[in-house]
Design a protein. Sequence first.
Length: 225
Amino acid sequence: MPSPLKARTGRLGIMVGLREEARLIERFFPQAVIALSHAHEAGARRALQQLRQGGAEELLSFGCAGGLDPALKPGTILLADSVVVGRARLPSSEGLSRQFDLGRGVMHGAIVHSPVMVGTVAEKRALHSRTKALAVDMESGVVAQSGLPFAVLRVICDDATRPLPPAAASGLREGRVYLPGLLGSLVRQPGQIGALMALGRDAAQARASMKTYLENLAELPAKRH
């Protein structure tokens, strides 16, 4: 019997932020339409158009997220039941979400969309207090507002207790590492090197956790909506 992943068709559109995330998910969804947001909101809107043009009828928001709940550590898998966009709370598709639910090792709750990177501990604390969401990203709100059935499968990369170093933003361009920006940021603020190394370790843990989750999910019998 086919797995729930292999049972998907090209009707599924997947939005990811980074090329590395795209390489991971396409192994499990070879027939899906995949588009990159390049980890910013304007890119997410362009990616949505690409997914529509590719014939997507249902959407998956996939990749890393920033933790807001202090209890969630890097590598925690989140299958969101809703997306907070401004004052709205948009529910994900129960039927589609079940296709990605391993039934163990996954947290269920809200994720909040932010048009800008949420990098400081104070910003994360304030956003969690206001929304009660478990995590934050910059793509899921665009997916949720598309009008198509959607699911959100994310993994915590930076947790709520750790700020993002400035190089995390300046060291990315077009969904991949941008070395001039990374090195320039480190020259200007060499004190962030330790934080950047810690983020690298957390990101590696997050990737490994999501890879294991998808491998285990692929072994399950196919689920129906």
